[in-house]
Design a protein around this ligand. Structure first.
Ligand SMILES: Nc1ncnc2c1ncn2[C@@H]1O[C@H](COP(=O)(O)OP(=O)(O)O)[C@@H](O)[C@H]1O
Ligand SMILES: O=c1[nH]cc([C@@H]2O[C@H](COP(=O)(O)O)[C@@H](O)[C@H]2O)c(=O)[nH]1
Length: 354
């Protein structure tokens, strides 16, 4: 669903207080009742408001198309030494960028559909069950003839990544037809999130499908190697609402923030690890510090949590800068946990931490 900024503000206010009348809405927004009535009528036509009393429909939805894995994370007990065996602890958790974003979104309370692939094997059963239990709609997660993807990471004693290997043949084989099967969901979505795990032709198909329905797209490059799949698609002909590279991925995608704006990207959100991030868009450049963290336990999934939280906050009516700050709070909470996605993540927890 494509809502104007004003409509999103009204929906966010009605979500907080469904009994608000048009006069109270007009006062709060600094506009006239007549203008509010036009917005309410349009929201009715778009199916967001159901009948009298401004009862909200199921709310905005997000379709995430991307990777799904089982993460294997080995953390060294002492500063890691290369070329030898390091005593430490290993944890398993469902992962994959697209899947992580979907799980975070669902836990925050946004209706979320995942388009992905797992193997017909026990790891696939676990990943699928955990994702569904978290509240993600998984009807479009298909079973692949390939094994469920794995991401095997070695973390240093301080929780920072030393090296990782991603084995993701099931996601590599996600085809345009898999996205096409979810075309009605894409057309009705408020946002589509795509990750760089997808093959280039599938990314192109999904971008074009979203553009045809005027649905905003957020792109997460995933890694330097996978950002290369995305680079040729950013040619200025396909609108991209936001992209979330780190410094190294930005270099592969075009060098700098302005180059990406020139190639059709409205918001460029550059991730800077412990230094926070830089958000660049129509309101200028905003440097955002990382939110406070008591302890870095495991950085895995921080970027995915912040992207999901950004989308959730936008759909709740926050502006982009506020949504990014909310994203940082979700990242800080994720870093303090061994899970790739925190099981106790809620909107309330993030708002308290923001
Ligand atoms: N060591 C850290 N200390 C505090 N915050 C961090 C740290 N690492 C990451 N973050 C937070 O998580 C966000 C995303 O992490 P980052 O490592 O930059 O991206 P990615 O996980 O996509 O590689 C950062 O913008 C920051 O808010
Ligand atoms: O090529 C890939 N590498 C890593 C991931 C996933 O990325 C997550 C960790 O990413 P980060 O810490 O950068 O947020 C893990 O869940 C892992 O499964 C992925 O989808 N594709």
């Amino acid at each position: 669903m494509n809502l104007t900024e004003r409509e999103r503000e009204i929906v966010a206010m009605l979500r907080r207080d469904p009994l608000l009348g048009s006069e109270a809405l007009a006062d709060a927004l600094g506009t006239t009742r007549a203008a509010v009535n036009v917005h309410l009528s349009n929201l009715g036509k778009k199916g967001v408001i159901l009948g009298r009393g401004y009862v909200l429909g199921e709310g905005p939805s997000v379709v995430v198309v991307g990777g799904a894995n089982m993460d294997v994370k080995a953390r060294s007990g002492q500063p890691a030494t290369a070329g030898t065996s390091n005593p430490g602890t290993t944890t398993f958790a469902p992962g994959g960028v697209g899947r992580n974003v979907a799980e975070n979104l669902a836990r925050l309370g946004t209706r979320t559909h995942l388009v992905a692939a797992v193997g017909a094997d026990p790891l696939g059963d676990q990943v699928l069950a955990a994702t569904s239990d978290a509240g993600v709609r998984v009807e479009h997660v298909r079973r692949s003839p390939h094994a469920t993807g794995t991401y095997t990471a070695v973390l240093d004693a301080d929780g920072e990544l030393v090296v990782a290997v991603a084995d993701m043949r099931a996601s590599d084989a996600l085809a345009p037809a898999d996205v096409d099967a979810a075309r009605d969901l894409v057309a009705a979505a408020s946002l589509v999130v795509l990750d760089g795990n997808l093959p280039t032709e599938t990314l192109a198909f999904a971008l074009d499908l979203a553009a045809a329905s005027d649905v905003r797209v957020v792109l997460e490059p995933v890694s330097v190697a996978k950002a290369e799949r995305l680079a040729p698609l950013l040619d200025g002909t396909r609108p991209v609402f936001a992209i979330t590279p780190n410094r190294d991925e930005l270099a592969v995608l075009g060098g700098d923030v302005d180059a990406l704006h020139a190639r059709g990207v409205t918001w460029v959100w550059v991730r800077l690890g412990a230094e926070g991030s830089l958000l660049s868009g129509p309101t200028g450049r905003h440097e955002l510090p990382a939110a406070r963290t008591d302890e870095v336990v495991d950085v895995t999934g921080a970027g995915d949590a912040s992207l999901a939280a950004f989308c959730h906050a936008l759909l709740s009516g926050d502006d982009e800068v506020g949504a990014a700050a909310y994203g940082h709070a979700a990242a800080a909470l994720t870093i303090a946990s061994t899970r790739t996605v925190r099981r106790d993540l809620t909107d309330r927890l993030v708002r308290r931490h923001a």
